[in-house]
Structure formats: C-alpha cells, structure tokens
Design a protein around this ligand. Sequence first.
Ligand code: ACM
Ligand code: ZN
Length: 536
Amino acid sequence: MKHFKTLLLAFMLLATSSAMAEVNIIPKPTKVVEGTGTFRLTDGQTIGFNNAAVKDAAYYLRRILTRATGYNKIKVRQGQGQISLVMQTPRNDKDESYTLSVTGKKVTIKAKSYRGIVNGIASLRQLLPDEIEKREVATGVDWTVPAVEIYDKPAYHWRGLMLDPSRHFYSVEETERFLDHMALYKYNKFHWHLIDGVGWRIQINKYPLLTEKGAWREFRPDIDIACQNRAKAENNPTLQIPEKYCKTVDGKKLYGGFYTQDDIREVVRFAAVRGIDVIPEIDMPGHNWVTTQCYPWLSCSNDGEDPLCLGKESTLEFCKNVYAEIFKLFPYEYAHIGGDEVNRDHWTKCPDCQRRIKDESLKDVAELQAWFTKYMERYFNQHGRKLMGWDEILEGGLSKTATVYWWRGDHADVAQKSTNMGNEVVVCPTTYCYFDYGQDNNTIKRIYTSDVIPADLNEKQLKLIKGIQSNIWGEFIPTEARMQFMAFPRALAMVEKAWTPKQEQNWDDFLKRMKAQLPRLQAAGINYRPLETTQP
Ligand code: ACM
Ligand code: ZN
C-alpha cells in the first residue's frame, strides 16, 4: 500500500510537470514563469472583482467557466474570490497589459484597463483544458490550471478582423461566436462591412427600403450560384447557400437577411464585454448598387447606377442621415467610410458632379471623391468620431486626421506615403491579410515569417502604424463553417504578428504552440483548416 502511495505521488508529480509544460499561449506572452502545482476549478468557487468597472468581465469569465464544466454554482461578487479580477490604479484605458498569477490556491488577474483584464482572461482560458471551449457540458475533465506567473502586453494596439455579411450573411449568433473566438486570441477590433453592392444589412429607420428591398436578392450567378456549383463539384456542404437565409416571395426564391438596430446593439454589447471595439463600415461612394436601386435619386442619372452622385445635395443628406443613425448604434470613436474601388466615370458626365467640381475648384473626379471624404470627415468629427477608409482615400488628397487602411498589396508604398504625410495606418494588404484568399500548406508559415508591417519604416513612421487587420470577404464564404475554415488557424499566426514584438517571433516555437491549440479549436467547434490538406 505504501508502495502504491509512492507510485501515486510520483504519478501526480509527473502529471503536474506535464501540465507545467502546457503553456502554449497564442499570441506569445511577454514573460511566462512556470510554477509548481495546479489550481483546481471546482463548483461553488467565487470570482471576485474589486471595481464595478470590471463587473462585466467577471460575468464573462463566469460564462466561460460554467458552460463546459456545468459548475453553475460559481459565483460573482465584489471583493476577493478564488479567482480575482483586480483593476489597478491609476486606471489607463490605453494600457492593455496584464498580469496573471496562478497558484495552487488562487488565480489573480491584474490590469489598468478593462481590456487588460479580458486579455488576462484570454490567457486563463488557454491555460484551462481544451474542453473549456465546448458549448455543452464535458464530463471526466480535471479542470486544472498550471501554476504560472505571466506578464504580458501587446506590441500593437490594433488587432483586427473584418467580416463581410453583405456578400453572404452571418446571423447574430454566428457573428457572436466569431467575436468570442476573436476574444480567445486577443483580437480587439471587429470591422463590420455592413453594406456592399449586393446586399444592405443594417436597418436604417429613415430609409426602410434599404433592408425591405436591399437586403434580399435573387441568386447571383457570380457568387451564389458559383458557391452552389462549387459545393456540388467539391462535394463540400460548407459552400452550399444555407436555406435559413432564403425565402420565397411571389414565387421567387430570394437570399438575404439584415440586422435590426436591436441586433446591432446586442452585438456591440457582446463585443464590448470581450474588450472588442466594433468599427462599422458603410461603404461610400462606391459599392452602392443596391443602395441606388432602392433609391435611384442617389445616382447621377436617377437610374440606380453606382456610385452615389456627389453633385446632389440630396445624396449628401442621405449619407449624413445614414451615419447619424450609425453613430447612435456604435459607440467606438472610429467609423469606416469605405471609399474603395469607385468607378468615377459617371461623375465625368454628370452635370451635378461637374458643377460641384467647378464650385469647389476641384481638378478632377479623384479630387471630387477626396472632397466628399473630407466633407464626411467633418460630419464624423462633429459627432465625435474619427474617419477611416480604404487606401483609395489617399487619391486626390487627404486630411491628416483620417486613418488609411493599406489593402492594395500591389501599392507597396501606401504605408510609407501615408505615414510620411502624418496619417495613421492599419496594415491589411491582400498579400497576407485577405483570409478569403485560398490557402496552401505553406500559407501560415509565409504569413508568420514575413514582415507584414513593412520593414522600411522609421521609428516616427512606426508610431503611426496602428496595427494589423485581416479581412474576410464573403463572396465565396456562404456559411459559418466555411468562414472558420478560411480564418483558422491562420488568424492565430496573424494575431501573434501584431501582439508579439518582431524579435520574439519564432516560427518553430509558434508552430509547436499552434499545433497545441488545434484541439482547443476543435473543442470550440471551429471548422479549422488542417495543417496538411489538399483543400484550398
Ligand atoms: C477592398 O478589398 N476592396 C477593400
Ligand atoms: Zn453625379
């Protein structure tokens, strides 16, 4: 018996040391000191918080800790707990750093901001067994956390992902699941491309046709039928247009959907709890076919053609009225005007646009778009918002206060040029950051071992780089499962490019941690792309 006890002890020590080896956090933290022993999560424990400002984070943590464990008696209360969230003073909302301390007796997360606390929660999530991400109760799991001291802070404060529900719609539930997965990996900006030429997805009270009509379409050959054909050819149900987004009206099958303003408020709140800001994009003046189909007077010849006519006062009123409702729904200080890929030909022939060019002493149609961007920026500013836009907003001149999204990979000088002018930049070039682009088995390594943030920027310019974002355009992504396949696990590589300083990035070490994360993605129900597969 004594011998058995010794054996048991040896086994327990072994189990502890193997738990110790399992610190595989992504993105890689600044400093990790592994301890001895483990903290055991049990039912009835308390999550304490010291300041009302982190109460939401405590309930968010409770949700994480109860869902898969079934430990419904875990409590939240102001004060100490076995798990404590501590907002430090002086508070500093810009400081995302945190410390996470795990001992055999307690877990403590300390930070100077709400976001710091949720960053600590993300690390704690990753230290718990993979099954913690399951959506249903998992049995037979020892819910332990290895003893560890972590100090951590990000290199860049912008770690973004963009979804495009215009091309293909994702429900509130699917969007929230995506946000929850973002939070697990410390993404903190959700860019929501809410309208495009093939679908308007947000309720605007003043213009009801935008969703009554503009949120629905007959199947389009270029994207919907193309997806269906591919689904069949590749025997891949994740490319099938979901019936839940179809309805039949007057014998016609229509595809679509939209978010009510209540839905939007719900998603924004869900994101905020997880430390994620939501950046709404209402793309203007291009990508507006569906808008001008709903309200033809917005187009140059009243014929429902894209882009918006910038000569008419009524168009400017429309743009401002739409954003007036947007600003009420989205509290974040930034909003995105779009501005990409505008076909300006109509403006060259439109008497209203030509009059505007003359009246405002503009040189050409590129300057007309620049004039519009500045006009809207003033409106944004009057409402306490800052303007962001795709890199075409540089053409024809730009105010110093606008933020440029460098997206055109073949315009390699955008970051140089913008930062030289004093403009801030979000880095999201097609070269690395377009997650709708096909993948091969080398894609993640290519992302991870590349600069992504251009290497030729000086210190002063680098200060104007807000960070990195990846964009998931929806043309050929009709389902949540397909979206996950395109995003994961490459999103893990990309967030480490933004979080972990370049000199600390190491491919072999990352690969080891990424492999260790795959069962966690599986437990979360994420249809990730296996590391070795022939599927693009
Ligand atoms: C874009 O990809 N058109 C921004
Ligand atoms: Zn016009």
